[in-house]
Write a new protein. Structure first.
Length: 358
């Protein structure tokens, strides 16, 4: 199964304190890499790591982590395409992993230095976008759908129509400020594959979104969950984990994958070409794939972990939550985004530029 993110301070911690759990992990000498300085530069999505993961890793290994944040895959790709400015570990989504492999932007991973790979769900041990997992290790996976305020909607918003093609919630809806994803969900609403390449179909979605713009409050920079929590919007396109976090804070918030289906994604841990601390990068990836460390991360950020050993440590409220691990009836209607080449990327970027300018 080929299938994005977020932490919120103030949420509950894993087993009453993930730091206390992770700090007691025994990782042994395999984390000792005297040849490298004890530093790691991590480039990650916002709110996409455990509450104390970086401090716990530092405590277990002596390696100090500096984390910078990006808003979407396009920003990540643009930052690294002219050369790695000094990052050791990055977290691209499946189609961007494929794109970065093709552009020779990723180092190969030495599996002998990732013994915790055995903890992965068998479905994630290999993948068609990176055969043999030569350049990536799976981190989290999930869906994209509609977060909504229950008291402000007539019924569960089970269609992309309410975001793309209606004035029912005018001024109270948000779409993601992620051009390719926004256009792809428009394609799904129109009954097409989100990987459609026909320029005429892309143009139809572009026209539809431009028509809808007077009813859209904002294109959210991956903060639709915060807009929903604050009451600024009643419906938002968002990653499932981000909505689950605010659902834990406000039981008037719900999440639904529309009947037309949505995006099924997988985020990965990768080492970019030219990483200054490759040994530390392997140690960090292996740490994240530890069962207890992975469980603490998954419990805190509320995304579906690809780490089966971590999942097994978590309670049914997580492991049996259909908003985190959707049933087959939902995933059957969803698709993974494919990397379709530079010409397709250019066409999508140009359509998005016109949408924003309209």
């Amino acid at each position: 199964m080929t299938i994005h993110l977020g932490r919120r301070f103030g949420r509950r911690s894993f087993l009453a304190g993930s730091g206390a759990v992770a700090a007691g992990l025994a990782f042994g000498p395999r984390f000792a890499h005297a040849a490298e300085e004890k530093r790691l530069n991590f480039y990650n999505w916002d709110t996409y790591i455990g509450e104390s993961t970086l401090d716990d890793f530092n405590g277990a290994t002596g390696i100090e982590v500096k984390m910078d944040l990006y808003a979407d895959n396009d920003e990540l790709f643009a930052k690294l395409k002219e050369g790695n400015p000094g990052y050791d570990v990055i977290v691209p989504t499946n189609d961007f992993v494929e794109r970065m492999i093709e552009a020779k932007m990723l180092e190969e991973i030495d599996h002998s230095k990732i013994p915790n790979k055995v903890n992965l769900d068998p479905n994630f041990q290999d993948t068609n976008f990176d055969p043999g997992r030569k350049h990536s290790m799976p981190y989290m996976w999930g869906t994209i759908g509609i977060g909504y305020r229950k008291s402000r909607v007539d019924s569960v918003p089970d269609s992309w129509k309410w975001l793309y093609d209606s004035d029912r919630y005018a001024g109270k809806i948000a779409l993601l400020a992620d051009g390719s994803t926004c256009i792809q969900m428009g394609l799904k609403y129109m009954g097409h594959s989100l990987n459609a390449t026909d320029p005429a179909l892309i143009a139809k979605v572009e026209e539809m979104i431009i028509r809808q713009k007077p009813h859209i409050k904002t294109f959210a920079e991956d903060n639709g969950q915060d807009l929903l929590l604050s009451g600024e919007v009643d419906l938002t396109m968002e990653w499932n984990g981000d909505i689950l976090q605010v659902m834990a804070e406000d039981d008037d918030i719900g999440y639904a994958v529309p009947q037309e289906g949505g995006l099924l994604w997988q985020d990965c841990l990768c080492i970019p070409k030219g990483a200054p601390h490759p040994e530390n990068a392997h140690a960090f990836i292996n740490y994240i794939l530890d069962a207890e460390a992975g469980a603490a991360i998954a419990d805190f950020i509320q995304y579906a972990t690809a780490n089966q050993a971590a999942k097994d440590l978590l309670p049914p409220e997580y492991s049996e939550n259909p908003a985190i691990f959707p049933p087959d009836s939902v995933t059957a209607k969803c698709e993974a985004s494919l990397y379709l080449g530079t010409d397709h990327v250019r066409m999508m970027d140009e359509a998005w530029t016109r949408i924003l300018a309209a």
